[in-house]
Design a protein around this ligand. Structure first.
Ligand SMILES: Cc1cc2nc3c(=O)[nH]c(=O)nc-3n(C[C@H](O)[C@H](O)[C@H](O)COP(=O)(O)O)c2cc1C
Length: 211
């Protein structure tokens, strides 16, 4: 039987958690980013396919590569954030299904011959994984600032294009041309004094139907 989380946890994950645009001068360590991944990776995805790929931009140099792709309103908050993560998806994710979904070998081939299913599955599940990442970040005491205001094609060319093998990567990178950006998320410790008043959410009856 699972425990019901208390109010303190629910506040931290949802009710008091805000989208942050300004950051305290407190770094996010690589250990924290590894811990973040090791928590969020357990969220469910279709056929356990885990299509999301994450590029954590921590250095000034990496941020400068991102800058020209950003919508003007997203530049300042992103350049000042300790970390910006590119939440992307790998269109070759199904090649890892023999490892991730070993009890159903047919699954790899099902995807391999259906490009529309690949795209749909990769987008849906990388969005879910981005959400798991944000909730996991909040659980670890971090704040998030998600953004879709950027030029996906330009970013993909800069970070995932042919010839961009791996500038400054510490591990195996992604196959050129097969990884596409979904959205961005700034990570850090937010400056709550700079928050705008919170906007409301829909009431139960506006968003839900009980059948
Ligand atoms: C996928 C996604 C894309 C977003 N894109 C942007 C963006 O480009 N720029 C921005 O300032 N905020 C962006 N936001 C932030 C939302 O406006 C914000 O999360 C929402 O208003 C809720 O704010 P709250 O968490 O403080 O209640 C985005 C949020 C999400 C989840």
């Amino acid at each position: 039987m699972n425990n019901v989380l208390g109010d303190e946890a629910l506040d931290q994950l949802f009710r008091e958690a805000r989208t942050h645009h300004a950051w305290r001068d407190q770094p996010v360590t690589d250990d924290t980013l590894r811990r973040l991944y090791d928590v969020m990776k357990w969220g469910p995805t279709s056929a356990n396919g885990s299509p999301a790929r994450f590029v954590f931009l921590r250095s000034q140099e990496a941020k400068e590569r991102l800058r020209p792709t950003l919508a003007p309103g997203n530049v300042e908050k992103t350049m000042t954030a300790p970390v910006t993560v590119i939440i992307a998806y790998d269109l070759l994710f199904y090649e890892k299904l023999p490892k991730l979904f070993p009890h159903s070998p047919a699954m790899r081939d099902l995807f391999a011959k259906n490009p529309q299913l690949i795209e749909e599955t990769a987008k849906r599940n990388s969005s879910l994984e981005g959400a798991y990442l944000m909730i996991a970040a909040r659980a670890l005491g971090l704040d998030c600032g998600p953004m879709s205001g950027f030029d996906n094609a330009r970013l993909d060319e800069e970070f995932f294009g042919a010839g961009q093998e791996c500038q400054g990567c510490e591990q195996e990178f992604f196959p050129a041309g097969h990884v596409k950006s979904n959205f961005l998320c700034n990570l850090g410790y937010g400056d709550s004094s700079k928050l705008y008043p919170r906007a409301p959410r829909l009431e139960f009856n506006e968003a839900c139907t009980l059948l």
